[in-house]
Ligand binder design. Structure first.
Ligand SMILES: *Cc1c(COP(=O)(O)O)cnc(C)c1O
Length: 479
């Protein structure tokens, strides 16, 4: 039994109805499932079916086995981590991308995808007010973009020698710098690049979680004095814990003085640069060598879609380009072959969803949504600060609020941590909202990140009410 195109047509129509119903009704589902580890595996046959199975049975199993164990990221009550928001036009584009099933590794294998990607990167650069001189390419994730940045910095520092000879014994140790609040993907990239986690420096931060440039200067100077070769600083615009903004102008000056690559990781906060009133956070970005932000986080575009901008595309291509005979294409050179701009050879057609999203909302429509998210975070922050028993950890950063519960009578840090852990578990256990946590300056902190496509102020207010009532239920009561 194969799926005939007639059958495909009928099933697809039914699925689109299911998709619209899902988006309409996701608000009424528990945000996170009560699934126990192993539930899904136990419900799946140990071996693949020998014979064909009808699609309706497959779909019934999808609803029976899969759906009850999904965390609903597109739920309006999802406030955990950072958003990975989607939107109807993005989903439609993904359906077309899947149908075309094209490999977009070179211009010849996908001329339209290559040229649309080129144009979309120009649009995005304009939308976020990136200074001229940057060229963009879509990567699967910010982690990959940061790896590309560190690899390119390594090749620049070794004159392309490392790619040829490897990191041989006797060469100077290369060092990389990020703040103590920087994303884990940076240390991972340092490891993958073969530099060694021991050559990654976590630079001290100030009270807001932003990198202390004096500490950076000292770390770089110390490494140089001891014969090491500093090659790259990764500055965060919007740290993962508290949304802290590293001071780019001071960091850029240090990088320029020491000849060190400056990579800017704005994975989440970069989307806010479409708002002129938020552009101050990127002051100094003109001096960066590379910059990454994720439309797949906060710009209504399905994962995966990470926008990586570089000053010197030739340096990137010299680092990652490779030309086996079977990939040589006539006329190569007039248009980019994006396979040489990243790690994997194969690439999905990811520019299409950006095109649909940007045109469906218009820049002004996207701006209006982000402005709402940021304003609601400000309102929530004020409410938290004004409520006895609660405290803000840092001032809200864009649409991220970090706070702590201060139960009456609990003073020992471990007891307060414990109460916050219990509070988070209680909130998430209701299924009505979903928050996540971090540690900041050693303390357990609850994070409230606003950014889902369907979220309204009432959802934020309802979640805040839930937080208060859950906390109240935890306080000791008389009688
Ligand atoms: C989310 C995030 C990342 C990782 O993004 P991926 O696209 O999932 O790799 C990196 N840095 C920061 C600051 C982030 O918030």
């Amino acid at each position: 039994m194969t799926m005939t195109l007639n059958r495909f047509r009928a099933e697809a129509h039914a699925l689109v109805d299911w998709m619209a119903d899902y988006l309409e009704g996701v608000r009424d589902r528990p945000v996170s499932p009560g699934a126990a580890p192993g539930d899904v595996v136990a419900a799946l046959p140990e071996s693949p079916p020998e014979d064909a199975e009808p699609f309706d049975r497959q779909f019934a199993d999808f609803e029976r086995i899969i759906m009850p164990a999904m965390t609903h990221w597109q739920h309006p009550g999802f406030f955990g981590y950072f958003p990975a928001n989607s939107s109807p036009p993005s989903v439609l584009a993904e359906m077309l991308t899947a149908t075309l099933g094209a490999q977009c590794m070179s211009w010849q294998t996908a001329p339209a995808a290559t040229e649309l990607e080129q144009r979309m990167m120009v649009w995005l650069a304009k939308m976020i007010g990136l200074p001229s001189g940057f060229t963009g390419v879509i990567q699967d994730s910010a982690s990959s973009a940061t790896l590309c940045a560190i690899l390119t910095a390594r090749e620049r520092a070794s004159d392309g020698w490392t790619n040829q000879a490897g990191l041989t014994a006797g060469t100077r140790h290369m060092t990389v710098y990020g703040s103590s609040e920087c994303h884990s993907s940076i240390e991972k990239a340092v490891r993958i690049a073969g530099l060694g986690a021991g050559n990654f420096r976590k630079v001290a931060v100030d009270d807001t979680g932003a990198m202390d440039p004096d500490a950076l200067e000292r770390a770089i100077s110390d490494d140089r004095a001891e014969g090491r070769l500093p090659i790259c600083v990764v500055a965060a615009l919007g740290s993962t814990g508290t949304g802290a903004v590293d001071p780019l102008p001071a960091i850029a000056e240090i990088c320029a003085r020491h000849g060190v690559w400056l990579h800017v990781d704005a994975a989440w906060a970069g989307s806010a640069l479409i708002l002129p009133e938020c552009r101050w956070i990127a002051d100094g970005v003109a001096a960066a060598d590379s910059f990454v932000f994720n439309p797949h986080k906060w710009l209504f575009t399905n994962f995966d879609c990470s926008a990586y901008f570089v000053k010197d595309p030739a340096a990137l291509v010299n680092t990652l380009g490779i030309q086996p005979e079977y990939l040589k294409t006539p006329g190569a050179g007039a248009m980019p072959d994006y396979r040489d701009w990243g790690v994997p050879l194969g690439r999905r057609f990811r520019a299409l969803k950006l095109w649909f999203v940007i045109r469906t909302y218009g820049v002004s429509g996207l701006q209006a949504k982000l402005r709402d998210h940021i304003a609601w975070a400000g309102r929530l922050g004020e409410a938290i600060a004004a409520t006895p028993g609660f405290e803000l950890v840092t001032a809200p950063s864009l649409a991220l609020v970090t706070f702590r519960f201060r139960p009456a009578g609990a003073t020992a840090p471990a007891a307060v941590d414990r109460a916050n852990q219990d509070l988070l578990a209680a909130i998430n256990g209701t299924g009505r909202a979903f928050l996540s946590h971090t540690r900041f300056r050693g303390a357990y902190v609850i994070r409230f990140a606003i950014g889902q496509t369907a979220t309204r102020w009432e959802d934020v207010a309802r979640a805040w009410h839930l937080i208060r009532s859950s906390a109240h239920a935890m306080e000791p009561h008389d009688g």
